[in-house]
Design a protein around this ligand. Sequence first.
Ligand SMILES: *[C@@H]1O[C@H](CO)[C@@H](O)[C@H](O)[C@H]1NC(C)=O
Ligand SMILES: *[C@@H]1O[C@H](CO)[C@@H](O)[C@H](O)[C@H]1NC(C)=O
Ligand SMILES: *[C@@H]1O[C@H](CO)[C@@H](O)[C@H](O)[C@H]1NC(C)=O
Length: 351
Amino acid sequence: MESTVLSACLLLLLLGWGDGAVLPPDVLDTAPEPSMVELIQLFQDFMSRFNKTYSNPEEQHRRLLIFRQNLATARALEEAGQGLAQFGVTRFSDLTEEEFRAQLLSPMPGHTLRPAAQSPSKPAPPSCDWRKAGAVTPAKDQGLCGSCWAFAAVANIESLWFIRHQDLYNLSVQQVLDCSRLQVACGGGFPWDAFTVAWMYGLTQEEQYPYIGCQSLCKSGHQAVASIKIFQFLSSDEKKLAAHIATRGPVTVGINANLLQFYVEGIITKNMTCHCNPEEINHAVLLVGYGLAPEKKTPYWIVKNSWGPEWGEEGFFRIYRGGNACGIASLPVTAMVHEGAFDAAIESCPP
Ligand SMILES: *[C@@H]1O[C@H](CO)[C@@H](O)[C@H](O)[C@H]1NC(C)=O
Ligand SMILES: *[C@@H]1O[C@H](CO)[C@@H](O)[C@H](O)[C@H]1NC(C)=O
Ligand SMILES: *[C@@H]1O[C@H](CO)[C@@H](O)[C@H](O)[C@H]1NC(C)=O
């Protein structure tokens, strides 16, 4: 029974991944089924790589079984991904899908809240990556706090501030958690809760007000280095969204993040998205650019997550662009930062 759900293809892929060697799918498909011994080896590697300990042997065994189930899910996702994305072991591989959602995600009912707003009508250039302009700070780690909404909004302000003023700061997410009006800030919120804090107080630097991953008292007296004048909802039309990003900068969006529990790297393709209902937004992230993969001419978004730089593609992921994949275009919102009279704005996004 042990070997039926875990595919050898995934096993080899996982073993190869740490060394940067990913075997081509046709090699993997001929590999034999792994044994329980191999599964345990994989699980031990997982435990040491992510520094996991369990309170007792029963719990460890239970986590092993969840791990095995998750490998099977990752394998199924990878098959649906047509070779463009790798799914496998992540630091969430010992969590059930329910635990993952409860610990990291927070449902965001958003559809009724979205008024229309103006977006540029100019067509979008074929590709754009604000990371190449130095406009995006490294991906942060929200830890076990449902603070994605604050990370996504703060990352939006960081990038827009840089594009407008050429000063890149890591801005304080903790300040946003502490000073928001939310009773339980780690229980989830909306990006506009964070924009409201930035609008009222301005944001100080992360160094001055470091992240502790739980809500505390709002501390004043820190020097604000960035502030916003307003925030606005954008059109869900992905062509307009791309044009907006290329000309103005990164945009905060909601997403159904269920698939991301298993994401390793690559582009999450269109026909995987039946695994993430676009109506069930439960995470907030930042669109920092987009492109077109030469393989199968797949258009994709480049997205900044808040699960640390070790997760995904140095903390980022790519997902199909054009079909509201996992609801990624259903809730775009952005701040508008204050403009300094003498500052020059960066005019366009590097391709
Ligand atoms: C691993 O966990 C132990 C105990 O929780 C902790 O003391 C140690 O700093 C952790 N190491 C790393 C690399 O995270
Ligand atoms: C995904 O879509 C492609 C065509 O776009 C199709 O050939 C393939 O069978 C699909 N895969 C799955 C698992 O549905
Ligand atoms: C932001 O913080 C990261 C660590 O998360 C650090 O590597 C980076 O240099 C910082 N960037 C700035 C502009 O302070």
